[in-house]
Design a protein around this ligand. Structure first.
Ligand code: CU
Length: 262
């Protein structure tokens, strides 16, 4: 009974707050829209750490704004009948039942289609820019997925410049800051996923297929990398460290691995 009366109390409050609700709702919506227009937070992804972030961050933020607008609109559609269309004293038990309303059915088919089409357009546009093959890459690194670690090869330092990790000793991928690197992605066995979360980068290492990826690391530091395709027993240990160093340090590193694993 206590729960029931609490529920009634909330409903009464809601009904009394009809007018205030309108004001509150419009305030909430305008705040959402205004904050969305002025400055959107990075929402989990750091700004400017790689050339991919420069492209993808606005896409990520846009997707969140779209999800927010759809979410708020859906919440209003759910709450509206619950608050404003409650049974009236002495009224019919059920309101007029509306079915097969063709215009409404067309509208709720077209609107989601438009939302998906707009998101697809922006995604495809950014994806084309990100996956573009250029001729200006300053360096080449080959990334091979192996059950369950990574092998990084630096052909510009010779055929022996290969670093192989193990689940117990995850390897480090060393890249120069501010210089475009072209990565060749391969797999020795099953499908793996080359993923650097902070860089908003993920591409699959496929057996029998060679994938290519290019990006520039923009900030010196260490970042986490991992495999994001379930690839077997020790998948969770398929980790690596991405170490972004200055071009001078990169040269020294290449020298140090010329004869084999450093
Ligand atoms: Cu894997």
């Amino acid at each position: 009974m206590r729960y029931k009366s609490a529920f009634h109390y909330i409903l009464t409050l809601m009904l009394h707050a009809k007018k205030r609700g309108f004001i509150g709702l419009s305030l909430l919506l305008s705040t959402l829209f205004l904050s969305g227009c002025s400055k959107v937070s990075e929402l989990g992804f750091p700004k400017g750490v790689s050339s991919v972030n420069d492209q993808s961050l606005s896409l990520w933020q846009g997707a969140w704004i779209a999800a927010g607008v759809v979410g708020v609109f859906t919440l209003i559609l759910i709450l509206w009948p619950a608050v404003f269309h409650r049974p009236k004293v002495g009224g019919p038990e059920f309101p007029k039942q509306t079915q097969y309303h063709i215009p409404i059915e067309i509208i709720y088919t077209i609107i989601p289609f438009l939302i998906v089409a707009v998101m697809f357009y922006f995604t495809a546009k950014k994806e084309t820019i990100i996956s573009q093959k250029t001729t200006v890459a300053a360096h080449e690194i080959s990334v091979t997925g192996i059950q369950w670690s990574w092998q990084f090869a630096y052909p510009e330092a010779g055929a022996n410049a290969v670093v192989t990790g193990t689940p117990a000793q995850p390897p480090t991928l060393v890249v120069p800051v501010g210089e475009l690197v072209r990565y060749t992605l391969k797999s020795n066995d099953v499908v793996h996923g080359f993923w650097i979360p902070a860089f908003m980068i993920q591409m699959q290492n496929l057996p029998g297929v060679t994938n290519h990826l290019e990006f520039t690391a923009n900030k010196v530091g260490e970042f986490r990398g991992r495999c994001n395709i379930l690839c077997g027993r020790s998948h969770s240990q398929m980790l690596f460290t991405l170490k972004v160093v200055t071009p001078a340090e990169y040269k020294i590193y290449l020298e140090s691995i010329k004869g084999g694993q450093a």
